[in-house]
Design a protein around this ligand. Structure first.
Ligand SMILES: [Fe+2]
Length: 165
């Protein structure tokens, strides 16, 4: 097994930590801005996502201190387009989730064949984040559409977002 480049791994973990903490803030913020008939299930779904991001942040932070390093106290970039229809919120979420998934893939490339435990962690998180991303994509499809929203040839403009709320 090759040697772990601890500095690079900690940097990758800190980027993930910052992104998960941004997720906590972002989903909590969105949850305040849902109005209409669909409010109750959508608010609770958004808050579940905030809780899940916090759990991920904690797990990542623990890995950083396990490696004897200092966890970042910064939070990642927060998008706020000030468009608060549910479609816009979900599209922003999909973008942020895609970026987070890339960070976990970057972690995996740095730990694969170097640390069994960290490799397992990165793979498990990639599975969780991919399933999460798929869920958001399905929420963005119109009823009856089977094709993935993300792969639609011309992504619908903001105004034609599915009327979820
Ligand atoms: Fe996450």
């Amino acid at each position: 097994m090759d040697e772990l480049d601890k500095e690079a791994v900690v940097a990758a973990l800190n980027r993930i930590l910052e992104s998960e903490l941004a997720g906590v803030v972002r989903y909590t913020h969105y949850s305040f801005l849902v109005f209409g008939f669909g409010r109750i299930p959508i608010v609770s779904w958004l808050r579940e996502q905030a809780d899940e991001s916090l759990m991920h942040a904690r797990a990542v932070g623990e890995w950083i201190t396990t490696l004897g390093a200092y966890p970042s106290l910064t939070i990642g970039p927060l998008l706020d387009a000030h468009k608060h229809d549910i479609g816009a919120i979900l599209r922003e979420s999909l973008e942020a989730e895609r970026a987070a998934l890339q960070l976990y893939r970057d972690l995996l490339s740095r730990v694969a064949d170097r640390s069994v435990a960290l490799e397992e962690f990165a793979r498990r998180m990639i599975e969780v984040e991919e399933l999460h991303q798929a869920e958001v994509d399905k929420m963005l499809r119109k009823p009856g559409d089977v094709a993935a929203f993300a792969s639609s040839p011309t992504p619908p403009p903001a105004s034609s977002a599915p009327p979820l709320a």
